[in-house]
Ligand binder design. Structure first.
Ligand SMILES: NC(=O)c1ccc[n+]([C@@H]2O[C@H](COP(=O)([O-])OP(=O)(O)OC[C@H]3O[C@@H](n4cnc5c(N)ncnc54)[C@H](O)[C@@H]3O)[C@@H](O)[C@H]2O)c1
Length: 446
């Protein structure tokens, strides 16, 4: 007996994007201000949304001979940038013009062009616990009798924002929290909600925001490597509320390059004996990551990628003995302009060794902002799409993450090109277009 096939989704199933899309951001530092100022700059025609697949990417439909390659934003019903409204939380108070000046990512002249707009957004007081981000001290934080009270204060903030917008998504652009592993309190929603009332120390501030968003039926994306929604309790809530979640830690600089190069070596059957990656970074993120407990969270997220791309257990002769090391050094003079070096020791035919050196002089938040934008738009699309919203984890958005989330027992895809194909095929699928397999034999038939 064959298993019943789910009906092929069509574009008509997707709820249209009428009205304002509210973007709620816990952590309004370098990435958040670069995202918001950037969206406003694009809306006002000052700049192009470079790096954003949703805005500049195209998608091929049908056969190569059909010549149908629209922009993704003209194909999928994404919210237009004109309809985005921003709010968020931070521990520093002030307004976003001041926050953007502190972050020092964008030129002062460019910021001044958008000064009234940026001044009009003031972060709300944060739910913050110093223990989770040791290098920062809060000026402006919520006070409550326990974590349940703090999380409910966030829900009240969300409820207020819901009166001004039609749909909402939340994206964590806050600091990297200390490393911690799932405990009993994270295993079920019931245990988690009991833990909120009992002020359980293993419930991190980022989890309070995620719980509040999901409880309100709002999708949640995670730009940092924090544990946050990677726990059964919040995955259960995500499915129950039809509120999508996805992976963690924006894949921007060094890891982005790593997941471009490594699939190339693997495709050519070139061996790798060592991959040493180091960075200097001088922004507030670099300062937070200077603490070993916070760095550990980032390190775990960065180390996973090679293991999954190379699959050393299946290719022991080529990848069975790799020495992989990742370092981040806080170096204030560079600010947001990170420098990442990679030394890659590879070997070829008969085992002869070769080396590759990469020196990436990048701009951290310039790389991250378009990813944050795409995630907001695609998570909103997922929430409006019956074929996606009840799934919980949106694996098709792995493209954006160092540490993609997957169903239990399914290994994550880290290869950037597989991720890109997965994303585009998911868009084709929900819009009722044939998937592209790249088989192409039909071009050569009679
Ligand atoms: N820029 C990149 O390329 C990149 C790539 C991957 C991941 N990330 C991650 O994105 C996050 C943001 O990076 P950034 O460069 O904007 O850092 P940032 O330090 O400039 O901004 C983070 C902000 O979060 C705030 N914050 C911390 N805890 C909070 C809480 N509980 N509630 C509300 N606000 C809180 C801080 O006060 C700070 O203003 C970091 O976790 C970083 O590791 C960045």
């Amino acid at each position: 007996m064959s298993t019943p096939q789910a009906a092929q989704p069509t574009a008509a199933d997707i709820t249209p994007h009428k009205g304002k899309l509210g973007i709620m951001i816990p952590g309004m530092g370098a990435v958040a201000t670069t995202l918001i100022a950037g969206v406003e700059a694009v809306r006002r025609g000052f700049a192009q949304p470079i790096g954003s697949m949703s805005q500049m990417g195209t998608i091929r439909l049908g056969k190569r001979t059909d010549d149908r390659t629209p922009l993704i934003k003209d194909f999928a019903p994404l919210a237009p940038l004109e309809d985005l409204v921003f709010t968020g939380w931070d521990i520093f108070g002030g307004n976003l013009y001041d926050a953007a000046k502190t972050a020092a990512v964008l030129d002062r002249d460019q910021l001044d062009q958008m000064k009234p707009f940026l001044e009009s957004i003031e972060p709300m007081p944060a739910a913050f616990e110093e223990r989770y981000v040791k290098r920062l001290t809060a000026k402006d934080k919520k006070v409550g009798k326990n974590k349940c009270d703090l999380a409910n204060q966030i829900r009240n903030d969300i409820a207020e924002f819901k009166t001004k917008t039609d749909r909402q998504v939340m994206i964590w652009c806050g600091s990297t929290e200390i490393y911690h592993e799932p405990k009993a309190v994270h295993q079920t929603l019931e245990a988690f909600e009991k833990g909120l009332v009992e002020d359980d120390p293993d419930i991190a501030p980022s989890m309070l925001y995620a719980w509040a968003a999901l409880k309100e039926g709002i999708p949640f994306a995670n730009g940092a490597p924090n544990l946050t929604v990677d726990i059964p309790a919040l995955q259960e809530l995500s499915k129950k509320m039809n509120a999508p979640i996805c992976g963690k830690d924006f894949k921007t600089g060094q890891t982005f390059i790593k997941t471009v190069l490594a699939p190339g070596f693997k495709a050519r059957q070139l061996g790798v004996s060592g991959w040493y990656s180091t960075n200097i970074l001088g922004n507030r993120d670099g300062e937070v990551l200077d603490d070993p407990d916070n760095f550990k969270t980032k390190e775990v997220s960065k180390l996973g990628v090679l293991e999954h791309i190379f699959q050393p257990e299946k290719n022991p002769a080529l990848y069975g003995d790799i020495f992989h090391k990742v370092r981040i050094n806080y170096y204030p003079p560079r600010g947001d302009n990170k420098e990442g070096w990679d030394n890659i020791d590879i070997f070829g035919w008969l085992g002869y060794p070769m080396q590759i050196k990469v020196d990436f002089l990048c701009r951290d938040s310039i790389l991250a902002a378009p990813l944050a934008l795409d995630l907001c738009l695609f998570m909103d699309l997922a929430a409006r799409t019956p074929a996606l919203r009840g799934l919980g984890i949106q694996e098709w958005l792995s493209f954006y993450f160092k540490d993609p989330d997957t169903a239990p027992g399914v290994y994550p895809e880290h290869d950037l090109f597989i991720q890109s194909m997965k994303l585009k095929n998911t868009l084709r699928h929900i819009m009722g277009e044939p998937l592209i397999t790249h088989l192409g034999l039909d071009y050569y038939g009679e």
